[in-house]
Design a binder for this molecule. Structure first.
Ligand code: GCO
Ligand code: MG
Length: 409
């Protein structure tokens, strides 16, 4: 079974998605997600110009060897563009293998280790009242764990705080990239944020009780000592995790956070290879792995990473924002179902438009996700529907301090 063609589809139903479609000489198709928010066309070109011709004629069953060929063979290793491209090839080959075997991918990875995957949704609010409504709306939709983001007095526009109709669960895509150029500008003030956030969690715990798992994402905005202060101040509210509390390019910064707090830490949605995680895992500096199949080179390396993490009792918390396409999302649902050290799965529901282009077998019931029993990944791309949503330039917002200084993502 050889690869006969490799085609790239860029489509924009609510947001941009890059999808690789591999077709074998016996007519089986496989899909892979190569979406890189705000840099989509770079990955599409990488695949079209530099990868497609290398794949045609190759044995579609040789997943590990193809991965190594694209990773080691290129000389230039790693980085988000390369690894998203390799991820798409890897996922598409697993999709093909599953279809050829007549089995959903999780069966090829060892079978189910649980009946479903605990998901967390994104609640947020501009005021205590609207945050409370948003959390209630998520619980009503079945969520058993909730990420809580809040507006902060003194910060004009803050990433991750959705408009009310979005935050209460209507099927709109939120945390959207701004369509058009230049990227929207938001602002940031660490001191205002540190003063405000603990009081929000205090109120939420008072209202919703001790049992609801609560999560919070800092989006890499704090220095290590500020992150330590936040993690310490949030301890009474017993977070499930505190995410990306500081940029982790400098992993030893996390030692400072660990010295001051037992709040569990989640990191890694922007990481691309196991080397980015090495120190964080071996020194036990994190508790949850935030990698996604899409930005980490696919199913093959994600599985290896999570097995490595298991040696240190670190669990999965794979990245599931709406800029991971339904294809990439399905890939990590299959991994999450199969592994032993599953923690939680982020679930930001895709919009109706996205779901009309990507038909999925995955289900969400009573707060639990399941990838379904369709052979392969369980996602089909409706190319006709996709063609109605052409690519539109779109960028994540940037953050500046009050004096205009660019701040960290
Ligand atoms: C999350 C993330 C996302 C990212 C987005 C960037 O935890 O879900 O932080 O919302 O910001 O994926 O492209
Ligand atoms: Mg995040």
């Amino acid at each position: 079974m050889n690869i006969a063609s490799a085609e790239v589809c860029v489509t924009s139903p609510s947001r941009n998605f890059v999808t690789l479609k591999l077709t074998t000489d016996d007519g089986i198709t496989g899909l892979g997600d190569a979406t890189l928010n705000g840099r989509e066309q770079a990955v599409a070109a990488y695949l079209r110009e530099h990868v497609a011709s290398l794949l045609v004629g190759q044995d579609a069953h040789r997943i590990e060897d193809t991965w190594q060929y694209l990773y080691r063979g290129a000389y230039w290793r790693g980085g988000p563009v390369t690894m998203a491209a390799i991820a798409a090839v890897d996922m598409a080959l697993w999709d093909i293998k599953g279809k050829a075997a007549g089995l959903p991918l999780y069966q090829l990875l060892g079978g189910a280790s649980r009946s479903g995957l605990l998901a967390y949704g994104h609640a947020s609010g501009g005021s205590p009242q609207s945050l409370s409504e948003s959390i209630h709306a998520h619980i009503e939709r079945g969520y058993r764990a909730v990420r809580v983001q809040t507006a902060v007095p003194g910060i004009r526009a803050l990433y991750g705080v959705a408009e009310q109709r979005q935050a209460t669960g209507e099927r709109y895509d939120y945390e959207p990239a701004g369509r058009g150029v230049p990227p929207p500008e938001e602002d940031w003030d660490s001191a205002a944020y540190l003063r405000h956030v603990p009081s929000v969690f205090e109120r939420v715990r008072e209202e919703f009780g001790a049992e609801l798992p609560l999560l919070h994402d800092v989006h890499h905005r704090l220095t290590p000592i500020e992150a330590a202060k936040l993690a310490q101040r949030l301890e009474p509210y017993d977070l499930f995790w505190l995410e990306d509390c500081t940029p982790a390019e400098n992993p030893q910064g996390l030692r400072i956070v660990r010295q001051h707090s037992t709040t569990p830490l989640a990191i890694g949605e922007v990481f691309n290879t196991v080397w980015d995680f090495q120190q964080l895992i071996t020194e036990q500096l994190i508790d949850y792995i935030r990698a996604s199949a899409t930005h980490f080179g696919g199913v093959t390396p994600l599985r290896k990473l999570i097995d490595f993490a298991a040696l240190h009792q670190i669990r999965s918390g794979f990245h599931g924002p709406t800029d991971v396409s339904p294809v990439g999302f399905a890939a990590q649902l299959h991994v999450g179902l199969a592994i032993h050290n599953f923690g939680i799965q982020e679930y930001m529901e895709h919009s109706e438009a996205t779901n009309s282009v990507f038909r999925q077998s995955m289900t969400f019931r009573d707060g639990m996700l399941h990838p379904g029993e369709t052979p392969g990944l369980g996602v089909e791309l409706d190319e006709k529907a996709a063609a109605a949503f052409p690519y539109q330039p779109a960028y994540l917002p940037v953050s500046r301090l009050k004096d205009g200084t660019m701040h960290d993502w």
